[in-house]
Design a protein around this ligand. Structure first.
Ligand code: KIV
Ligand code: ZN
Length: 514
């Protein structure tokens, strides 16, 4: 076996992932995810699309100033304005990449861009030449590459490499690729383009036919790609992108076959998955590979018996390798600050200051008063909650009482503050959550439409905290609010208020980009 080459892991959760309807994130949320990606040792973080909105621009700039160990990248269309905006947002980054793209398929050029192939060719070349002023690290993507004409692709990609593009990202934009065909297209391009060895080749696959991971790995094995673009939990447009956790664990678990190195700290995969799911409100399906709740659960007697005798009878990976701690009781009411801090460290949760640790510890004590066993998942959730509360808030939950009885219409009375002033409101509804939301709305009159209401138990057992996501939409903006509490009606009230806070915030963009 020859020495293993490295596969570059390029994460686009904050850009392509955010393009999923309803997954748009605030700047603070993006920073939290970027820090987790850095902790996981992702090679390149695509932090957004600077020209798409002021919110995206500011997020990329902030992440560029904070993250040191990963290359920070911004997407830009192939024009000077977008590229200059990307360069400005990336200015604080120690290592930066500009990722520029233009569509190359006949369909996209004719119907979407209304440009001739010659115009597209010239614009791509100009864009890469312009981007070179700002950095030597330039990625070029032929959008809808897998449905493009091979001769045209050879011509345009040779030209952008000659202009200085250092990564060529072969995009399967609509998830049309089939592993063998996609891999062979990439192989042909690399063989036919005379200067192909001057660039790293990359795969970017969408999951419309459920083949994004297979296509990406075929791109590596058949096509010679050495960068994989992916997202946490496979988040992304329509059916999503290649799932980071799946390609990384496939490369590691079947190193005997693939023989590549990946720099990822896999024990950070589950914390990253939980963070992204919590922030976006996109729940992970229980049977999802690697990060689903059942991914390491064995229900059948035969399997359980086998596992007890020899773990590898039914397990090809260990849960601990991806950072899954099986609902261990870790702390309780009597645990002190040091034990709490130690647990944060063990979980890889870096809080920025002692003040933040103290605030999280206070929340932990409050929770421990109401819930005897505190699990890792509770800690992750309360820290997220604490960090979320740093964002500028207009509405803040204070207390709630509600009454429901069979045959009677439930009523709720909620106290919450509006810019520091307390408001008390009562409402009725079909159920206690409906009554609570009606009580809030009778004061706030937000006029928002509720798109999604979901409740998840954070851990097992009826003692578990409920984590609620409320997705609201108003005037074309979609936001997610999240709240956690052992009382799911309180969690719902917190989630609703958190979503209203986000609707208030002006810096967020109107819609996911593109
Ligand atoms: O799917 C796609 O084509 C993209 C490009 C911008 C790389 O996301
Ligand atoms: Zn994409």
């Amino acid at each position: 076996m020859t020495a293993a080459e490295k596969i570059i892991i390029f994460d686009t959760t904050l850009r392509d992932g955010e393009q999923s309807p309803g997954a748009s994130m605030t700047k603070d949320e993006k920073i939290r995810i970027a820090k987790q990606l850095e902790r996981m040792r992702v090679d390149v973080i695509e932090a957004g699309f600077a020209a798409a909105s002021q919110g995206d621009f500011e997020s990329i700039k902030a992440i560029s100033g904070i993250v040191k160990d990963s290359v920070i990248c911004s997407l830009s269309r192939a024009n000077d304005r977008d590229i200059a905006r990307a360069a400005e947002a990336l200015a604080p980054a120690e290592r930066k990449r500009i990722h520029t793209f233009i569509a190359t398929s006949p369909l996209h050029m004719e119907k979407k861009l209304r440009m001739t192939p010659d115009q597209v060719f010239e614009q791509a070349r100009q864009a890469v030449r312009f981007a070179r002023q700002f950095t030597d690290d330039i990625e070029f993507s032929p959008e809808d590459g897998s449905r493009s004409d091979m001769d045209f692709l050879c011509r345009i990609l040779e030209a952008v490499i000659a202009e200085g593009a250092t990564t060529i990202n072969f995009a399967d934009t609509v998830g049309y690729g089939v592993p063998e065909l996609y891999g062979n297209m990439l192989k042909n391009l690399r063989e036919r383009i005379p200067n192909s060895d001057k660039a790293v080749w990359s795969v970017h696959c969408h999951n419309d036919l459920g083949m994004a991971v297979a296509n990406s790995l075929a791109g590596v094995m058949i096509g010679g790609a050495r960068q994989i673009e992916c997202t946490i939990n496979g988040l992304g447009e329509r059916a999503g992108n290649t799932a980071l956790e799946e390609v990384v664990m496939a490369l590691r678990t079947r190193k005997d076959y693939f023989n590549f190195e990946v720099g990822i700290d896999a024990t950070q995969i589950v914390p990253a998955s939980k963070l992204v799911s919590q922030i976006t409100g996109f729940a992970v399906q229980p049977n999802k590979a690697i990060v689903g709740a059942n991914a390491f659960a064995h229900a059948s007697g035969i399997h359980q018996d086998g596992i007890l005798k020899a773990r590898d009878t039914y397990e090809i990976m260990r849960a601990e390798d991806v950072g899954l701690s099986a609902n261990k009781i870790v702390l309780g009411k009597l645990s002190g600050r040091n034990a709490f801090k130690q647990r944060l460290d063990d979980l890889g949760i870096g809080l920025d200051s002692e003040a933040e640790v103290n605030a999280a510890f206070t929340r932990f004590k409050e929770l421990a008063d109401r819930k005897s066993d505190i699990f890792d998942e509770d800690i992750i959730s309360l820290v997220s909650d604490e960090q979320q509360s740093h964002e500028k808030e207009c509405y803040r939950f204070v207390s709630l009482s509600q009454h429901s009885e069979t045959g009677e219409r439930p009523v709720a009375k909620i106290v919450f503050s509006i810019d520091g002033k307390e408001a008390v409101s009562e409402g009725q509804g079909n159920g206690p959550v409906d009554a609570t939301v009606n009580a809030i709305e009778s004061v706030t009159q937000s006029g928002a439409e509720l798109l999604l209401f979901s409740v998840n138990a954070i851990t097992t057992g009826t003692q578990s905290q409920g984590e609620v996501t409320m997705r609201l939409s108003r005037a074309g903006r979609i936001v997610n609010g999240i709240g956690a509490d052992p009382d799911i009606v309180v969690a719902s009230a917190k989630a609703y208020l958190s979503a209203l806070n986000k609707l208030q915030s002006k810096s967020e963009k109107l819609n996911p980009q593109l």
